[in-house]
Structure formats: C-alpha cells, structure tokens
Design a protein around this ligand. Structure first.
Ligand code: APR
Length: 171
C-alpha cells in the first residue's frame, strides 16, 4: 500500500505528479493556497481554469501545472464549515476521494495535499485531519498505483495535528 507522509512546507514547491488546490467553486483563484498556486503557476493556469466552468464542492477537476514543478494541479472546492449539520464532513471526504480518483485516472504516482477547508473555510482542524487521513488511507488500500501521498502543512500547528492523527494509525 502507498505511504502517507506529513511534511511542513509550501505546496507550490512540491515537485510531484500532482498537487491539490483548495479552491472555490468558481475555480478562478482566491487567497490562501489557491492564491499561492495561481501566482506560482502563472496566468496560463487561470486561462485553463476558465475553460472548466467551475466545480461543485466535493468534486475535483485537473489542469496542467504550467510554471509549477508539479505536473498537474487537481482543484477541489472544500466545504465551508457551518457547524457540521450540513453534510460538511462527507463533502470533505469526497474532496479527498475525488482528487485521488483523478490522480489515478491521470497516471499520478505522487500526490501532495494541502489541509483542505481548514483555513478560510473554518473547518475544525481536528475533525478535518481525521477525515483526511482516514479517507486517504482507505483509498490507498485499494489503489496500488498511488505510491505516495503527502500532507503539506503550511504551519506547525497543522503539521502536529496531522502527525498526531497519523500516529494513531500506527504509522
Ligand atoms: N502551501 C500549503 N498550504 C498552504 C499554503 C501553501 N502555499 N498557503 C496556505 N496553506 C494552507 C493554510 O494554512 C490552510 O492550512 O492551506 C490550508 C487551507 O487554507 P485555505 O487556503 O484558506 O483554503 P480553504 O480553507 O480550503 O478555503 C478555500 O480560500 O483561498 C480561498 O479561493 C479559496 O475561496 C477559497 C477558500
């Protein structure tokens, strides 16, 4: 089974087959990691995104990486946290599954994720990390083609939380 790693860093530096972008439904850029990825990839990324006509929360769409060291960018709008009674948890799990499915379909062996929805979208970090790690592990269990998934954490608090949850899986 492919492995999961937790690293601290800036996902725009990831030289992997695909990085995931925590986007919004317009796919036309924004702040946070979305803004960083668009700035690093250059304007051709936005030009390709314009042809995609948006994306539903929990689903994902793939583009080239352009000036990024990553070959592809997989864009997924995470759920905005509204207290947890609106299916946010299932939608977040769906983001991870949708991205990994697209990665498999496009022959990606290495995939880097940011911590989807735990920034501007205010998804509680402890809940989001459990959903991310359990969903990624379940996917890797049945998909040998993905060799490595990394959670690229932008700050120490996020890294610690992912490392803690992953350690509970005996990794
Ligand atoms: N590399 C890795 N992670 C990053 C980077 C980066 N360069 N920049 C920010 N992050 C982290 C944040 O610290 C947070 O842990 O990504 C995580 C997700 O935060 P956001 O980028 O705010 O994404 P999200 O909470 O999903 O909100 C999405 O924000 O930027 C807008 O257009 C985006 O409307 C969408 C919304």
């Amino acid at each position: 089974m492919g492995k999961i790693e937790i690293i601290r860093g800036d996902i725009t530096n990831s030289a992997v087959d695909a990085i995931v972008n925590a986007a919004n439904c317009s796919l036309l850029g924004g702040g946070g990691v979305d803004g960083a990825i668009h700035r690093a990839a250059g304007r051709e990324l936005l030009e390709e995104c314009r042809t995609l006509h948006g994306c539903e929360t929990g689903k994902a769409k793939i583009t080239k990486g352009y000036k990024l060291p990553a070959k592809y960018v997989i864009h997924t709008p995470g759920p905005i946290w509204h207290g947890g009674r609106g299916g946010e948890e299932e939608l977040l799990a769906s983001c991870y599954r949708s991205c990994l499915t697209l990665a498999s379909e496009n022959g990606c062996k290495t995939v880097d994720f940011p911590s989807i929805s735990t920034g501007v979208y205010h998804f509680p970090l402890d809940r989001a990390t459990r959903i991310a790690v359990s969903t990624i592990k379940a996917y890797l269990d049945g998909h040998e083609e993905i060799e490595r998934v990394r959670m690229v954490c932008f700050d120490e608090r996020t890294r610690e939380q992912y490392a803690l949850v992953l350690s509970e899986y005996g990794d």
